[in-house]
Design a protein around this ligand. Structure first.
Ligand SMILES: [Zn+2]
Length: 236
């Protein structure tokens, strides 16, 4: 990196888009319930982002998505996704194994973020985000998506009950090794995006697994921690 160690090849070409992740070096930017303002300010100043311009979500493992028109509310209650077409509003996701997913549609200049863990994915948080974008006249075939660092199939062993839940949804991507099931949430998200009409060449999945890369990023499975790193996207 220069300053930005983890990046998206796909989003790099948009000169008007800032897409960043904090790392462990920045300290926890938040935990499961709140924000560490000291660490947040330190990180933002490194990237010359004004702390008044960022908006977080409460992240309740639901499927509610809100439009953001200004930055008066710093933590939007009861939502797991945010959408805006305004300049200089930076949308943030806290995560430590869950999928931080960001969206950009260059025609209407709309950005969106989603916090997608297995519960939210089962509830349809990704589909709801696409539907929210469609409601504001965004054409899905023009949308770019980046699925950020999150738990990989390599480390996400789950009980059979969870596999059954995804089978019921019609999208169970997993591997079985001996008696263990390894769920592939990144590819499940990818399948949902394709089903909703997004184009394959406009979707990028980070190869970073948070548990494997736990010296760089916080991982719930690796540390049993409440500490979170953040993913930020904004249009400048
Ligand atoms: Zn891993």
């Amino acid at each position: 990196m220069s300053k930005n160690k983890i990046h998206s090849k796909l989003f790099k070409k948009f000169g008007n888009i800032v897409l960043l992740h904090s790392t462990k070096k920045d300290g926890p930017i938040g935990d499961a319930t709140g924000i560490n303002n000291k660490n947040l300010d330190k990180m933002l100043s490194k990237f010359k982002i004004n702390s008044h311009d960022v908006v977080f979500m409460e992240q309740v493992h639901g499927r509610k998505i809100n439009m953001v028109k200004n930055t008066k509310i710093k933590i939007v209650k009861n939502v797991d996704g945010l959408v805006t077409n305004k300049k200089n509003i930076f949308l943030c996701i806290k995560s430590a194994d869950c999928l931080p997913i960001v969206f950009y549609e260059p025609i209407t200049k709309t950005i969106a973020v989603v916090h997608a863990g297995y519960k939210g994915i089962l509830k349809g948080v990704i589909e709801k985000t696409i539907e929210k974008l469609e409601k504001i006249q965004v054409l899905v075939q023009n949308v770019y998506v980046y699925i950020g660092p999150s738990i990989g199939k390599c480390c996400y062993s789950v009980g059979k009950d969870r596999i059954i839940k995804f089978r019921k949804k019609g999208i169970a991507v997993f591997e079985k090794k001996a008696d263990d099931y390894f769920l592939d949430l990144k590819n499940i998200a990818h399948s949902i995006l394709l089903k909703k009409g997004l184009q394959k060449n406009k979707i990028e999945i980070s190869s970073l697994c948070t548990k494997c890369s736990n010296s760089l990023l916080f991982s719930y499975r690796a540390h049993k921690t409440e500490k979170r790193f953040i993913t930020i996207i904004g249009r400048i």
